[in-house]
Design a protein around this ligand. Sequence first.
Ligand code: ZN
Length: 136
Amino acid sequence: MHNRDAVFLEDLCPKLRNRRWRKSLHEFTGNSCIYCGKTSESIDHVLPRSRGGLSITENCVPACLSCNGSKTDNDAFEWYRKQRFYDPRRSMAIKAWTEGDILLALRLLKWAQPKPIESFKKSKSKFNVDYHWQAA
Ligand SMILES: [Zn+2]
């Protein structure tokens, strides 16, 4: 009963539903652009609306303004491959997202996050320690 009421209310207020839905997309990726990892400030249609892309979760990804503006009406995968920040793991994540497997997409995105410099330094110094230990 409650559920049906909620759906009915949201149908009456498509703007409210739209805003909530967009917010939830940004929350999926922790407000980061699915293409480059910067702060997501917009929703990008993987298959552009001009080519019949629908405004559904499977076709809409969080994107920064720079990526969204640069991609325009290009096919997302074609465009993304040409970018300097192209990451095959992110490409796989976008593919999973468009197939409706958001959980897999998020796992791939986590994997694609660049390592913080601090931990890189740590692993490097650890390597040196191991090396000295082996040499001695
Ligand atoms: Zn971006």
